[in-house]
Design a protein around this ligand. Structure first.
Ligand code: SF4
Length: 217
């Protein structure tokens, strides 16, 4: 696919720190040679004030298109919501061939390679945290980190070495990490969470309303 200029490769495309994921990527590559099939780069400017962290690339979503959240159900919800709240210039195209530009937001995943059944294991989350840490340390204007789901929240808590008891995941909760840097929680906008009603469009919208309030303060 045509690569968007806002994509930044922090993890090398050849990274194979996670043996299980490297094997799965190789198997997928054999079946689907035209797909991206590599660690998915982050999307959006490194100078953004907001970082969104998802779980991992979806098999037929980001692993296919090479852009976070692009091409699957969760991406449809996320990019629509970003557009509604003024964080994106136009509705995106699910095949990634669009002129989508994010406004003050960068998007990445806790784990950059697609995991089988969308479930990364602990060692894979730990391995990939080194790239997440590099990402966070490179964002000098960062003010808010929005974690979509508990795994993104937990890996971030470990990055900042914060006590987990006093920083529990809770939907729409803000954790102040230090002056001018907050962590905001949201349930992941996955098909499962939407279909079961754990996350509604209204709940997801309220997260972005809160995010905008935090940025203004
Ligand atoms: S998940 Fe992260 S650490 Fe593991 S192989 Fe992929 S890029 Fe490397």
């Amino acid at each position: 696919m045509k690569m968007n200029l806002q994509l930044d490769q922090i993890a090398p495309l050849s990274c194979n720190k996670c043996r299980r994921l490297a094997t799965y990527l190789n198997e997928t590559k054999e079946k689907q040679p035209t797909w991206f099939n590599a660690p998915v780069p982050s999307f959006g400017s490194i100078n953004s004030e907001i970082l969104i962290i998802g779980l991992a690339p979806g098999l037929r979503g980001a692993n296919r298109t090479g852009r976070p959240f692009t091409g699957d159900f969760a991406g449809g919800i996320l990019y629509q919501t970003l557009w509604v709240h003024g964080f994106a210039n136009e509705l995106y195209n699910a095949n990634g061939n669009d002129k989508l530009v994010l406004n003050n937001i960068r998007i990445t995943n806790a784990v950059r390679c697609v995991p089988p059944k969308n479930k990364p294991i602990g060692s894979e989350i730990n391995n990939c945290r080194s790239f997440l840490s590099l990402e966070i340390d490179s964002m000098s204007r960062l003010k808010v980190i929005l974690c979509l789901g508990r795994i993104a929240h937990d890996t971030l808590i470990r990055h900042f070495k914060l006590p987990s008891k006093s920083h529990r995941f809770s939907h729409c909760k803000e954790h102040i990490i230090k002056p001018n840097l907050s962590l905001l929680n949201s349930y992941h906008c996955s098909r499962y969470n939407i279909n079961t009603g754990r996350l509604t469009n209204e709940m997801f919208n309220n997260v972005f309303i809160k995010l905008k309030q935090i940025i203004k303060n």
